[in-house]
Design a protein around this ligand. Structure first.
Ligand SMILES: *[C@@H]1O[C@H](CO)[C@@H](O)[C@H](O)[C@H]1NC(C)=O
Ligand SMILES: *[C@@H]1O[C@H](CO)[C@@H](O)[C@H](O)[C@H]1NC(C)=O
Length: 387
């Protein structure tokens, strides 16, 4: 490249020369850049060489976080559910309750099957089954020796089966081997396990028009909700359940937006076990969803690794036990993410820690009966067992 321009011409002329098509090709390109830069003032240099690189680095580090914050721009909210009001008081007769909902009272209750895919949530499963026990015909549970993210996992239910003797006469248990396909999307392994669960439900003896509850272990319908649904007729064949959403324990109440749990009137060959939206009708206030409600810090670490959205564990220090304990006691986010909402207004309203709740009213019965052994799930006990 030619240095001639520096010496032989006044700087003002450089640009003219470039425009005037003089010199070698490379020289021209170089000069073009030089003359663009010359035209910029000091402030622009700062922006170009500091702010923009920091911004790009920031996107690199927090890119996913930023996408969540900007979610209202790229994703519109799903079609809203039609929410059915839910009436209940312990002393109200079933005839009255059915008619309050505009439904008919049945002469005999429907049979109810509760089916879950189990990972390692022993306490949540106990609380769930104790809550639902009086109304369930068969408890169907499937576990795999692989997590959704293809990590090997022990058969935790099999190892703890003696603690679940109270359901033994109504229990259909199955386990399957994982496929251990490395690098595969975790949703594929999840779908594979749900298909196996479909088969297990049939083996459990489900028949046409029985009720089938589809939900994760930590999505617990309240007993009175299931009792209502088995005694009444007139609601849609697929009914989603609106649950109260909690994080870490019942001390941190988030909102009532959980909707994934559903109750189906079983149709052979048609009904498929799923955990996504399958209908448009949602029954209000039907139970509890307690996410990351674990007794031990090691269970948090396991869940964070086994979780379908493992891309959220962006930094290894997220798995540091001291950090996890601190996050639980502050009520902040394990993955340091923005709230998953569809409007800026809701995102901003939910920024910062979840406020503590001091209420232990209207929680699953077993939790209150055995409050001493489930202290960590109740208000005022954020410290977890280490290890
Ligand atoms: C519940 O109903 C029974 C009989 O219908 C009545 O004697 C009792 O006082 C009621 N209890 C409450 C708490 O309302
Ligand atoms: C998982 O289970 C399958 C079938 O029971 C077995 O063949 C396989 O060896 C197990 N894998 C691990 C890693 O435990």
């Amino acid at each position: 490249m030619s240095d001639g321009y520096y010496n032989s011409k006044k700087t003002d002329d450089i640009c003219d020369d470039v425009c005037g098509q003089e010199g070698s090709r490379a020289g021209k390109a170089f000069s073009r850049v030089r003359c663009i830069l010359r035209g910029l003032d000091f402030k622009t240099y700062i922006i170009l060489f500091t702010i923009i690189p920091i911004f790009i680095f920031g996107i690199y580090i927090h890119g996913q976080k930023l996408t969540y914050f900007l979610r209202p721009l790229w994703q519109s909210p799903p079609k809203p559910f039609q929410i059915l009001p839910h009436y209940y008081h312990e002393n109200t007769s079933m005839e009255t309750l059915c008619s309050l909902h505009g439904w008919k009272h049945r002469d005999t209750p429907r049979r109810v099957f509760d089916a879950v895919l189990f990972s390692n949530e022993v306490d949540m499963l106990t609380i769930r089954w104790k809550e639902l026990y009086p109304y369930i015909t068969q408890f169907v549970i499937l576990e795999s020796n692989s997590t959704f993210t293809s990590l090997p996992k022990p058969l935790v239910f099999a190892a703890n089966r003696k603690n679940f003797e109270f359901v033994e006469p109504r229990l259909t248990y199955g386990n399957i081997g994982g496929r251990f396909k490395r690098g595969e999307n975790p949703f594929v392994e999840e779908a594979y396990q749900r298909i196996a669960l479909d088969q297990l439900i049939r083996l459990a003896g489900i028949e046409e028009d029985d009720l089938l509850i589809m939900s994760d272990v930590d999505e617990i319908p309240s007993a009175h909700t299931i009792n209502l649904l088995r005694w009444c007729d007139g609601y849609p064949p697929v009914l989603h359940l609106q649950l109260r959403d909690y994080l870490y324990s019942f001390e941190y109440f988030i909102d009532s937006k959980s909707w994934r749990a559903s109750v189906h009137r079983y149709k052979p060959e048609k009904t498929r076990y799923a955990h996504f939206r399958q209908g448009d009708v949602l029954l209000a206030d039907s139970g509890w969803h307690c996410s990351f409600c674990f007794r031990r810090i090691s269970e948090f670490v396991f869940k964070m690794k086994a979780y379908s959205h493992t891309d959220r564990v962006r930094f290894s220090h997220y798995l540091n036990p001291a950090r996890i304990q601190d996050v639980i006691c502050r009520g902040t986010d394990l993955f340091d993410m923005f709230p998953e909402e569809y409007t800026f207004r809701e995102i901003i309203a939910k920024l910062g820690p979840i406020p503590r709740s001091y209420s232990a009213v209207h929680l699953p019965a077993h939790l209150i009966e055995k409050a001493e052994s489930y202290k960590y799930l109740l208000p005022g006990n954020c410290l977890r067992e280490s290890g």
